[in-house]
Design a protein around this ligand. Sequence first.
Ligand code: SF4
Length: 384
Amino acid sequence: MKVFGDDFVVTPWEVEGEIDYNKLLEYFGVDRITGEMIEEVRRLVGDVHPFLRRQIFYAHRDFDKALKEYASGQKFFLYTGIAPSKGPMHFGHLVPFLFTRWMQKAFDVNLYIMVPDEEKYLAKKVDSLKDVDERVRAVERIIASLGFDPDKTFLFRDREYIKHLYDAAVVVARRINYSVAKAVFGFGSDTSIGLVFYPALQIVPTLFEKNRPVIPCAIDQDPYWRIQRDIAEKIGHKKTSTVLSKFMPGLDGPTGKMSASKPESTIFVTDDEKTVKKKIMNAFTGGQPTVKEQREKGGNPEICSVYKWHTLFTEDDKELAEIYHDCKAGKLMCGECKLRLLKKVQGVLDEIHEKEKHAEKNLEKIKYDGKLASQMWEWEFEYE
Ligand code: SF4
């Protein structure tokens, strides 16, 4: 699905230009997350993650229903995933995982993480399955270092767990016509037949429980889940709710998003301290060309990549407001502002690297031995 605005293009593979997020709501036919919904989250769990209160996650489908069901005692479950591709994980991948971690903790719910270890191979983005396997191991290690609840999380790789997925995938696949899949995913005559079947597998985890699945993801991923919503009730399950984010801003300018193909636009979890510092100190700012002018005229946080990253990683609202006002008033210089961001970003990485020391043990739990994981190795799809 391709969405064009006057000044932007959005497809599942490409985001370019100055995005008009109001227009995207219309194009995708999704609802804005309202102030009342944010207050309802606060009432239910006593807290609201900055990504939600700052409208980085700003749109949804049926999240209001999921909250209502939760308030009446019926929990939802979370579902996310990552298809290992070229290059290590970066902050564009981490942000949705950090939000999902908060959601799991705040609502005390189950989380399923799919690692499709065939998708990029079928999409011909990776040359060999052996390469995929190596990348999968690296991705799994990082996920196991993010601090998900070991007894309420199940991480699985498609090729390893396929025996449990296949019955449900067959039931789902029968109900998706090729014309629909083609329109949503943009399949062409050179698409492998494996990739055409893959969406059926991707839908299966939404059927792991009878409760409502909630999927936090970027807004361009929403069309994928519309297919699930078309068929879920017909096979006795609930329609997926999506909680949709804006695109993660790159460090390299006001347009576009963090991308592995532009290493300067993001920070990889494998970047050492020196590289992290270099990338942040070279980030695009809304500052004036000289310190003197910055003092006289103030900066422009609205277009500043460093400020956008502060909205992600400076959790304290008061501190964020201070950065904004001090920048505008010419009291804050870009060098100092970048160093403050560096501290926050390095803090996120340090926490992951500290937890990585126990990655193997945690991975065993979320894949095999934890409470939910061991139950899921017994799971079978109930079909008529
Ligand atoms: Fe951006 Fe900070 Fe410079 Fe303002 S002071 S323009 S927010 S880097």
